[in-house]
Design a protein around this ligand. Structure first.
Ligand code: PLP
Length: 381
């Protein structure tokens, strides 16, 4: 079977893991954690990084540090992995789901602005409230879908105008570039995932990055149970969310090869676009990629008028050819825990999500395998 996205663990992973065992540094204290944080900060153009147990816990800690509380709202795109919404709910807040742009599958800043103008008012204390829900809008959280960069200047402008924190869900975006710049400075905090299917993996893991020392230190404090050393004193409700040295050992070995992994991802996307070009005559498109996108996943978009059943049928046909392919994220507004949450019109996400098919895109996929996928896709669609 040609898998969808398998990690390449042929670098120093084994050597560094052995070192963890030999030195007995297996928990969250250890040289690999610090090294991994330094490498992640550097790769994202950030002043620092706080490694976490997962992307989800990183998002929860970042939102908490940004002041998101019980009863608040956080603006997110409906088209995202459910973890974005779950992290909001872990704070006791609700997601306010909005639509995406067709060009990048990321949150639409014009729509966000309009929705805020129509639905919100600023109270005397300066806080922004959703009028109908009587809830504070506590953060704005775009998602870098597929490693695509939305219009971050526009989001910065909105966050500043309404004085709300800008937190980026950058789970799939390691290696992405925006106007020649790495992602670290683009938001107040950005959160990466190093889950097994990501471009760089720690097995599981995450990191909060950014350029605000105070915020990052608060995240570090929160993720280490908010302990005030040296005694057993704790000054707020913290979390045990730190990455272990074992996870970081894998992560360091992976980060050593970041450049080649991102190159490989971009190459896979280009390959499909070039070699499946003729499918455009049938109305089939490709996953979008903005300038500098890190191309985490690649795939095709079926013509308008098709639906999830068509996508599943094609995936089943590809499976018979030993090729793993899958539909992509089902939007958050259709998920049971979030049915009652506020939302904008969601026509674009609603229209698009059922027509997406992710194709194999491991960093170590071979030319032969790519050729096989292309041939099979042409036959199956
Ligand atoms: C957009 C997005 N946000 C958040 C997450 C959560 O990351 P993790 O699986 O590391 O908790 C993911 C992971 O797949 C993701 O794709």
């Amino acid at each position: 079977m040609i898998p969808l996205a398998m990690p390449d663990l042929t670098g120093n992973e084994k050597k560094y893991l052995d070192n963890c065992i030999d030195t007995t540094y297996v928990s969250s204290v250890g040289e690999y954690v610090t090294k991994f944080e330094d490498m992640t900060a550097q790769a994202t153009g950030s002043i620092g990084a706080v490694a976490t147990s997962s992307g989800t816990t990183g998002l929860h800690a970042a939102l908490t540090a940004a002041g998101v509380k019980h009863g608040d709202l956080v603006i997110i795109p409906t088209f995202t992995f459910i973890a974005s919404a779950n992290a909001v709910r872990h704070c006791g807040a609700d997601p306010w789901m909005m639509d995406i742009r067709t060009s990048n599958w990321c949150l639409d800043p014009d729509l966000v602005k309009t929705e805020i103008e129509i639905n919100c008012r600023r109270r005397e204390d300066g806080k922004l409230y959703h009028k109908a829900r009587n809830k504070r809008v506590a953060a704005l959280m775009p998602v870098y879908t597929l490693g695509n960069m939305p219009d971050m200047k526009a989001f910065r402008g909105i966050a500043d105008a309404y004085q709300i924190p800008l937190i980026a869900d950058a789970a799939c975006a390691i290696g992405a570039i925006y106007e020649g710049q790495a992602l670290g400075p683009l938001a107040d905090m950005s959160v990466l995932s190093f889950n097994g299917n990501k471009t760089v993996t720690c097995g599981g893991g995450g990191a909060v990055v950014g350029c605000d020392h105070k915020l990052l230190e608060h995240v570090r404090h929160l993720t280490t149970t908010a302990r005030v050393w040296p005694d057993y004193d704790f000054d707020e409700v913290g979390f045990n969310y730190r990455m272990t040295n074992i996870q970081a050992a894998v992560g360091v070995a992976q980060m050593e090869r970041l450049g080649s992994f991102v190159d490989a991802k971009r190459k896979v996307r280009r390959y499909y676009e070039e070699r499946l070009d003729e499918l455009q005559k049938k109305g089939i498109g490709f996953f979008p990629a903005t300038d500098g996108a890190s191309c985490w996943f690649s795939g095709i978009v079926l013509p308008k008028g098709t639906d999830l059943e068509n996508a599943k049928e094609i995936c089943a046909k590809l499976k018979k050819e030993d090729i793993e392919a899958r539909p992509f994220w089902k939007p958050v507004h259709l998920q049971a825990p979030y049915l009652a949450c506020p939302r904008s019109k969601l026509d674009i996400a609603q229209n698009l999500w059922q027509r997406m098919i992710t194709l194999p895109c491991s960093t170590n996929i071979t030319e032969e395998e790519l050729e096989k996928v292309v041939k099979a896709v042409k036959e199956c669609v």
